[in-house]
Design a protein around this ligand. Structure first.
Ligand code: CP
Length: 339
């Protein structure tokens, strides 16, 4: 199955992915589990889970986590991986289109294309295009009387503009489930604060899209125009989701939640000439702020990267703070991408 949008998954599908993340995580770290449970269930050890699979990472927008955790996920499960991290060394700089670029990877026999784009909706369009490419090649090889068994490549969306970031959403949900397990509370009804640049974040957008399916209770807080988009609120209302818009009251949103998901102001989407000072002052989480919340400090998540140069959403004073679980969250990235 392709991984293009969280809206393509129902509750059972989501939980089966989250369970698979846990299985590969345990198998990688526990030799006995790998041999006695994982191997029996999957007919092979985790190190050979994706043996024979050829994966391409096609990133036209910068990435550390999504790109390299996808690559490490392939390497640690026996798949082969190659690709590009920017357009610089590709023929996109010669004027070749995205369509022709993707078609090349399809006709070279890659089974999986992990792609990041600035264009919303491009992963779904790419799926249709490479399916047609595969079909056309199959017919031409057949007419030429030459065998052809390359598959229609699976598309994994590594983020498209401010639209969706489904693999990040799965790793966020896995982290929420892990924290819920510590607290002995399920995801359904779990209060989650979404903070800072909600309007432009594909991470927040993905969580919003899946909140009604999983019954997450959302608490929004952001300065002014960075709050949730009207269309997002309408969507949640129409789906009967439970949510609270606390305006710019971060303290209320955090006190109301078990987990707070902070975010980086998306300066690449907000554009130049916008006043970003307000969001910098508002969004800088510090140890002092956490002291103010006393025993109501939520677990702090952040998809990272934290923009320390301009915004410092997680201040240095919070490094190694008990409540900051964003590194644990990031470490779930490779397991999620293996799953
Ligand atoms: N969280 C995330 O998507 O990070 P990258 O942009 O580094 O992939």
């Amino acid at each position: 199955m392709d991984v293009i949008s969280m809206s393509d998954f129902d509750e059972t599908g989501i939980y089966s992915v989250l369970d698979a993340v846990d299985q590969v995580r345990k198998a990688l770290h526990d030799h006995e589990y790998n041999r006695n449970v994982f191997q029996k269930k999957h007919n092979r050890p985790v190190e050979k889970l994706l043996e024979g699979i050829l994966e391409a990472t096609l990133f036209v927008e910068n990435s550390t986590r999504t790109n390299f955790s996808s690559r490490v996920a392939a390497m640690r499960t026996g798949a082969m991986v190659d690709g590009f991290s920017s357009i610089e060394n590709t023929s996109l700089t010669k004027g070749e289109t995205w369509a022709d670029t993707a078609a090349m990877f399809a006709c070279y026999g890659f089974d999986v294309l992990v792609m990041r784009s600035t264009t919303e909706g491009l992963p779904r369009w790419t799926k249709e295009f490479v399916s047609n490419t595969n079909q056309q090649l199959k017919e031409q090889y057949s007419k030429a009387g030459i065998p052809f068994n390359y598959r229609n490549p699976m598309i994994i969306n590594g983020g498209d503009g401010r639209h969706q970031h489904p693999t990040q959403c799965f790793l966020d949900l896995r982290t929420m489930l892990d924290i819920g397990n510590i607290q002995n509370i399920p995801l359904r009804g779990l209060p989650i604060a979404l903070l800072n640049d909600i309007a432009n974040s594909r991470v927040h957008s993905s969580i919003i899209s899946v909140a009604p399916t999983l019954g997450l209770e959302l608490h929004f807080a952001a300065p002014g125009r960075f709050g949730p988009r009207e269309s997002q609120l309408e969507y949640l209302k129409a789906k009967g989701a439970t949510f609270y818009n606390h305006g710019d009251d971060w303290e209320k949103a955090m006190r109301s939640s078990t987990i707070a998901i902070h975010s980086r102001p998306q300066k690449e989407r907000v554009g130049k000439g916008e006043d970003l000072r307000t969001i910098k002052e508002w969004g800088c989480m510090t140890a002092e702020r956490f002291q103010k919340l006393a025993n109501q400090v939520p677990y702090l998540l952040h998809p990272r990267p934290v923009d320390s140069a301009l915004f410092e959403e997680i201040h240095y004073s919070l490094r190694f703070h008990d409540a900051d679980w964003s590194l644990f969250q990031a470490s779930n990235g490779p397991y999620t991408r293996m799953a």
